[in-house]
Structure formats: structure tokens, C-alpha cells
Design a protein around this ligand. Sequence first.
Ligand code: NDP
Ligand code: 2IT
Length: 445
Amino acid sequence: MTFKEFMDKVAAKNPGEPEFLQAVKEVIETVWDAYESNPRFVKNNILERIVEPERTIIFRVPWMDDKGEVHVNRGIRVQFNSAIGPYKGGIRFHPSVNLSIMKFLGFEQTFKNSLTTLPMGGGKGGSDFDARGRSDAEVMRFCQSYMAELYRYIGPNTDVPAGDIGVGAREIGYLFGMYKKLANEFTGVMTGKGRTWGGSLIRPEATGFGVIYFVQEMLKTKGQTLEGKKVALSGFGNVAWGAAQKVTELGGKVVTISGPDGYVYVKDGFTNEMIDYMKVLRSSNNDRVKDFADEFPSAVFHAGKRPWVEKVDVAIPAATQNELDANDAKALMANGVPCVCEAANMPCTPEAMEIFMKAKILFAPGKAANAGGVATSGLEMTQNSMRLSWSSEEVDEKLHGIMRNIHEACVASGTEADGYINYVKGANIAGFLKVAEAMCDQGIV
Ligand code: NDP
Ligand code: 2IT
């Protein structure tokens, strides 16, 4: 079979799933040669098996609002691959959630988790629930209804969900509480838990910290550091917040964050007070970064625009999939950007990625750079199993080590003849090989 024939087959089997097909194409294209040259993989038909989720659960989530009106949302959990460990991956609550998005995320998660070197398979879940304007009690009832169905399919050795867009500490609390009640078991079935009930220190910051540790390694390949560098972030959520903290701590300057209404620019870099305010903004269930500019006079608000028009040293998309397109990439390149690192999952469109990689600038994919979040979830699972908790320093040190290892794995599998580090290829090959070998070892299941 040629690569085109393979993709045509996957497209015919998964109609109306553009994000899933985009993710499959990117991964399979880069591992194609490694696959074809391995007779064991071919004999076991690993490629066709690896793009098919092991199980997909779709369920009704009915709930009542504060006025007594009944609403129905759709719940999804894609248990994508359990070759190297229990399914592991976040839950996303956002009105845009659909099967295509869940499948792309579960697919990506499989390779990301493999890169962490921890024993975790890939999964993802979510719902099209929109928390905007909803009271705390409404969010709680929704989470309880969601878990009332999901609890049958998960468990500490089966599937361990965590947070993602729209699912933070509050939602994890409500989801975990309902699981505990239904299963009559206090166990590490979710990660991102509160500190007093089994959560790991550093987990809230881990994704953002990990991204910046990865950026440090990328810059090191050019003999550079983050000191004095201007960094553009998009989004204003959990990941952007963690990244902003670490950039600032390392002497870099965060100059932008963004929301659906536009972006804000702070010429001299975010202060710690501004970084703290990002959390306030996120937990307000309000998606306007204009409020940030109203709060801080030194922040300039640009309505309806994305931050990629600014001249920066490092661009870090940290909001959502396909948020940085070819025009944005051209704008960044016109300003001579030397480094782009994905913090969100698949934030750059394929056209944007091509522009960066053709120009041979430093470019890292989300599945490598944002793996620190799930890696720290893996560390939370370990602590839960051992029934003890590590200090912040211990967790941070392990996280840092994992991010350095992922960088090394990308260099080892992705360095091209002219010395250019193709991080996309490196991450995909390193992540794929381990899962494919495990699938071969375990027979046709
Ligand atoms: P948050 O919910 O904390 O923040 C998400 C941000 O993205 C918000 O600014 C949100 O604004 C924006 N956003 C979400 N969906 C859309 C959309 N369809 N269009 C435009 N903007 C959107 O989520 P996180 O910070 O946790 O997640 C950010 C990214 O990082 C996601 O891609 C996620 O998958 C990825 N990620 C998260 C990890 C984690 O540990 N949390 C780990 C690894 C990756 P609004 O909702 O108001 O539209
Ligand atoms: O995309 C991701 O890696 C996450 N949302 C984190 C998943 C996890 O299980 O911690």
C-alpha cells in the first residue's frame, strides 16, 4: 500500500473528521519509512490498527440548570491505545467538542505518553458543555451527570482522566467526588486532584513549565538561553499561565496573551501581578482578555487580532488546535522569528508548520513540548500507588529530566543530514516505535 492509498482508506472510514485525519496524516507520513522497513510491523498491520481507537464511548449527559430547565449534552471518551499502559488523557469541556476533536486528541496522546517514558496508554474525553455564564452549582451538576455514566468505563488501572480545556481543579473535584461515591473507592482514578486529596504538587504548573524547559533545550542547540528573550503566548488558560511563570523566572519577557476577543501586548513584559491575574481571569468563566487591559494600563489591547503580528524571539501558541495558520506563520517569519514551540495540541495548521520547517527555524510539536503535563500526571499516579507525596522540588526535578529526555529523543530520531533537527519527525518516530513494538509483542488484540 502507498501512503496515499492508506490515507484514502482512513479518510473513507472516518468521514467528517478533519482534525482526526489531519493528526493521522502528520504522524503516519513521518513514520512511514520506519514502518515499511520493519517486516514485523507490516506483518502485524500496525498502521491500520494504530489509527483505530480500541474503544469509543458516547453517552447522554442530562442536567438541570438553576431555573429547573433540563439540558442535554453529549459525553465522549475515546480509549485510543493501551499497548504501553492504562488509557490516560484529559477531559475537555468546550462547545466545539466533537468526535473528530476527541479522536485527534486521543491519537496524539498515545504518542505523547509514549515519549514521556512512563507506562501510560492514550485516551481523551470531553463534552460540548459550555461553562460560560453557568453557576458553580450548574457546573457541579453537569460534572456529576457526566461521571454518573463515565465511571463504568474508567479505573486506576483501566483509564485515568485528567483536565484539559475547560476542566481545571474545580471540575476535577466534582468529577472525582462522584466517581468515589459511585465506585465506593478512594483511588487515583483521576489526576490533577487537589493537594489535600492525592494531587501532585506542580501538576497545575507542569504543562507550562515543561514547555519552557523544552524551549530552553531548543535554544541550547543554538548556544542561546531565554534570558532577555521576548515571548508571545496565545490563550490565557492553565498552560499559558504556567509558561508565563517559567519564562519570567528565567529572565525572559512575556509580551502577549490572547483570548477570543483579541490579544494584549505588554512592552516591558508581564509582571508577577499580571501572571497572577491570568488565573483570576480564567476562573471568572469570562473569555475576554480586554478585561486584562482594563486592569493594567501598561497592557495594550488589540481587538479581533492574534498575537503573531508582533516581533518576538519565541512564539508559543497555547490556546487550541489550528489557531495559527499560514498567514500568521508568514507574519512571524516576516519579523524573523527564530523559534516556535507548540504548547497547545496541534495549534499550527499543516501549512503553517510547513512554512516554519522549510525555513528550518526551531519548531517543536505539541506532543513533545507539552508532554510535561501528562508526565506529571504519571508522577501523580506513582505517588498515589505508593500512598505518599513528593515535594515540589522532587516533582519539578523529575519533570525537568523528562523534558530533557524527550528533547534528546527528538534529536536522536529527527536530526537530518544537514544537521537540522526535525522535531516533528523525531517526536513521531520515537513515540511510535515504542507503541508499535508493544502492539507486536501482545499479539492481535
Ligand atoms: P484552559 O481551559 O485553561 O484554557 C484554554 C484557552 O484556550 C483559553 O484561553 C480558551 O478561551 C482558549 N480556547 C479554547 N478553545 C478555543 C477555541 N475553540 N477557539 C479559541 N480559543 C479557544 O485550557 P488549557 O490551558 O489547559 O489548554 C490549552 C491547550 O493546551 C489545549 O490545546 C490543551 O489541549 C493543551 N494541553 C493542556 C494540558 C493541561 O495539562 N491542561 C496538557 C497538554 C496540552 P475560551 O475557552 O474562553 O474560548
Ligand atoms: O493534552 C494533554 O496532555 C492533557 N490535557 C493532560 C492529560 C493528562 O492526563 O494529564
